[in-house]
Design a protein around this ligand. Structure first.
Ligand code: ADE
Ligand code: ZN
Length: 340
């Protein structure tokens, strides 16, 4: 039998990971303790922090964030959570990650968006590996001011090393279509802010086309790109990386039959596919498990695994110095070529 593609001591990159989706029961206990907040006993806590079996859509999935968000309304809690998530990722072999969060979701108890950004940046200072921060705007109604503030903060803290790396748009794509955010992303582009957009996850190919037209450097998920062949070709030609997240797609029902997930089709067509977790605690996954899942579903081999990692290095919102260091840690060739 062939050796499995994932082994102990393997190294990984995760470019699409939500901080509030990475709150494990253990992290939740620590955050609860810090704040004198009583949490339910283990079984119930786990239930509240993980996606339920009856989850039928992204809208259902997004309800799982209620408890993590309740626990993340102070600077201390946000910084501590960031530290603990980084520590856990390092233990899983992650050598580079981009952690994202929506500062506007952390202002329920007096923190400003800027306080929240500073708290997460504080937490990232002790991260044992190179990590970038992506600030998420949120799909919704009546939060235009909040999104504009997130944009202004991204511009203020933008730096390839140590500050914010990029902006994103997260939330309920089927309810609040990407076309509603033209002005926001025109402003981002004017300010030279790189951005990724969750698109083609709960909505169709048009959502991805809008994101590409806005000037997105990367696409979050992009599952439904195949519905428009010309768009898939455009995404390939422009080399726009797709941040794919397999377990998430199964649980949100972005894909009904995982054997027919377009991951391999895109990969074979030469689209820049990357593999990520999205919300590891909520999904009960981690990055190694996602690679194992890709092996089980599509039979990816060691060379394809290295290509996925190389794609992730190329796609990273990081400077060349960081990329060179990460390639070295992953054992990838300096020039980006992937050997057999
Ligand atoms: N926020 C957290 N996970 C998300 C997802 N998969 N899609 C959109 N917004 C999210
Ligand atoms: Zn996401």
């Amino acid at each position: 039998m062939d050796r499995p593609i994932v082994n102990r001591n393997d190294r990984f990159i995760d470019l699409h990971l939500h901080l509030d989706g990475a709150v494990t029961p253990l992290i939740a206990r620590r955050l609860g303790e810090m704040q004198g907040m009583a949490l339910p006993e283990d079984e119930l806590l786990e239930k509240q922090l993980c996606v339920p079996p009856e989850c039928l859509s992204l809208n259902d999935f997004l309800r799982c964030f209620e408890l993590p968000l309740t626990l993340l309304q102070t600077r201390e809690a946000l910084a501590e959570c960031t530290k603990l998530v980084c520590k856990s990722l390092a233990e899983q072999g992650v050598v580079y990650a981009e952690i994202r969060f929506a500062p506007q979701l952390h202002c329920q108890r007096g923190m400003s968006q800027e306080d929240a950004v500073r708290a997460v940046l504080d937490g990232l200072e002790s991260c044992p590996f190179d990590a970038g921060l992506i600030l998420c705007c949120m799909r919704g109604r009546g939060n235009e001011k909040e999104n504009a503030e997130t944009l202004a903060l991204t511009a203020k803290y933008l730096s390839a090393e140590g500050g914010a790396a990029a902006m994103d748009l997260a939330g309920a794509e089927a309810l609040f279509p990407t076309r509603n955010y033209r002005e926001l992303f025109e402003n981002a582009a004017d300010k030279g802010i790189p951005f990724t957009i969750h698109a083609g996850e709960a909505d169709g190919a048009d959502s991805i086309r809008e994101a590409v037209n806005f000037g997105a450097s990367r696409i979050g998920h992009g599952v439904r790109c195949f519905e428009d062949g010309a768009l898939a070709e455009l995404v390939r030609e422009k080399g726009i990386p797709l941040e794919m997240c397999l377990t998430s797609n199964r649980q949100t029902h972005a894909v009904e039959n995982m054997a027919e997930h377009p991951f391999m089709r895109y990969f074979s067509q030469g689209l820049k596919v990357t593999l990520n977790t999205d919300d590891p605690a909520i999904e009960r996954t981690d990055i190694a498990a996602e690679y194992r899942y890709a092996e089980e579903l599509f039979g990816i081999d060691g060379k394809q695994k290295r290509q996925l990692l190389e794609n992730a290095v190329e796609a990273a919102f990081a400077g060349e110095r960081v990329k060179a260091r990460v390639r070295a840690e992953l054992g990838l060739a300096a020039g980006g070529a992937v050997d057999g």
